[in-house]
Design a binder for this molecule. Structure first.
Ligand SMILES: *[C@@H]1O[C@H](CO)[C@@H](O)[C@H](O)[C@H]1NC(C)=O
Ligand SMILES: *[C@@H]1O[C@H](CO)[C@@H](O)[C@H](O)[C@H]1NC(C)=O
Length: 365
């Protein structure tokens, strides 16, 4: 082997290493955990009834086809990815998630799940939160085999994480049917305390697995979704009992995040006030360009709030005028309003700091 060959070899090896580095510094990785508000299509790969893989879901997605997102177009994680300058995260179960794509991060969320294992049992085969964390461990091993253990750890530590859980523990568990097992077992305040104690373990586990910037959304105004207006609301007013559940859950979640940050000695967990982010346009749809915040774009029955959104449902012609896409989930337009508060909201929306502050801070370290 002559010297020039060696030199060229070193040069190429150096280029490859630089390539890897620049690829990694392009955008930070993003990991998503939770339920249908943030599922990018994992449930398409499962035998479950909680799915969004048929038209008109995806009608405004770039491909105009359903993807498994519970939206007419983009969902919250997609819009956060835009702000990161990254491609949308792929569902963990997607066969496309391999090789370099692993560097973008992954989406482990699964529609129908909650904090508790018995939430969403009616949807059969969904990825409960414990399993999402097991998949995250698997992901880390797969990434290790591509970039090595040290780079993997660095990528995970520097990643942004979003977790959205809790709504289904009310809607698809405690309040699913009158006299549900959980509502006979617990009074609401005790149920909320139980949920929070279980959620705290899940968040601790995320930290153990290497997450260091985790945005945690509280529950939205559960009583104001078209489904609840149709079933429980009186004259279009938000259902009081579900609003009460949210108002008990959210402050306790905030306190838990503060406690965990104190324990870990750093601002790992960021509270995103989803209740307020949604309530802004629900209470004043007009100033956000919506014609209604009560009627879903796609559905049937009062407020288009009954049953599923299918090809046979009523469908509004202009999705930008509606805040709700189906009986439970926001339109892309509403998701954009929510994410803009993630980015620039005051401490009432994002505590202790908003996403633009996080991105600026972490970029300078
Ligand atoms: C939920 O199920 C997982 C896996 O089976 C188990 O490890 C965990 O303890 C369960 N959680 C609760 C709150 O029962
Ligand atoms: C949120 O973001 C904006 C824009 O970057 C910034 O000016 C503002 O101070 C931030 N607010 C808080 C409370 O961090």
């Amino acid at each position: 082997m002559d010297a020039s060959f060696l030199l060229i070899t070193f040069f190429l090896a150096g280029l490859a290493a630089l390539g890897t580095l620049s690829m990694m510094s392009e955008a930070r990785a993003f990991f998503v955990f939770g339920d249908s508000l943030v599922d990018n299509g994992n449930n398409n790969f499962l035998l479950t009834t909680a799915r969004a893989d048929l038209p008109p879901y995806g009608i405004d997605y770039p491909t105009h086809r359903p993807t498994g997102r519970f939206s007419n177009g983009l969902n919250m994680p997609d819009i956060i990815s835009e702000h990161l300058g990254a491609e949308p995260t792929l569902p963990y179960l997607s066969p496309e998630l391999r090789g370099e794509k692993l560097l973008v991060g992954a989406n482990f969320a699964s529609a129908g799940i909650g904090i508790l294992n018995d939430t969403g049992i009616q949807f059969l085969n969904i990825i409960r939160i414990d399993r999402q964390l097991v998949y995250f461990e698997q992901y880390k091993q797969r990434l290790s085999s591509v970039v090595g253990e040290a780079q993997m750890k660095k990528l995970v530590n520097q990643a942004l994480v979003l977790i959205t859980l809790g709504g289904n523990d009310f809607v698809n568990n405690y309040y699913l049917v009158p006299f549900s097992a959980r509502s006979r077992e617990f009074a609401l305040p005790d149920y909320v305390r139980y949920l929070i104690s279980e959620y705290k373990k899940i968040l601790g586990r995320l930290y153990e697995l290497g997450a260091r910037r985790v945005m945690v959304t509280g529950t939205g105004p559960l009583g104001c979704v078209p489904s609840e207006l149709a079933q429980r609301g009186r004259n279009g007013e938000c259902a009081a009992e579900l609003q009460r559940a949210a108002s008990l859950f959210n402050p306790q979640l905030d306190r838990t995040l503060i406690e965990l940050n104190r324990k870990f000695g750093s601002d790992v967990f960021i509270s995103a006030n989803a209740f307020k982010m949604h309530m802004d346009y629900i209470s004043d749809p007009g100033s956000y360009g919506f014609v209604t915040s009560k009627i879903a774009c796609c559905g049937q029955g009062p407020y288009n709030g009954l049953g599923l959104c299918t090809a046979a449902s009523n469908l509004c012609p202009n999705r930008n005028l509606y805040s709700f896409w189906d009986a439970f989930h926001p339109t892309e337009k509403a998701n954009r309003i929510i994410v803009s508060q993630f980015m620039i909201g005051s401490s009432e929306y994002m505590n202790p700091m908003n996403l633009s502050t996080i991105l600026a801070m972490d970029a300078s370290t």
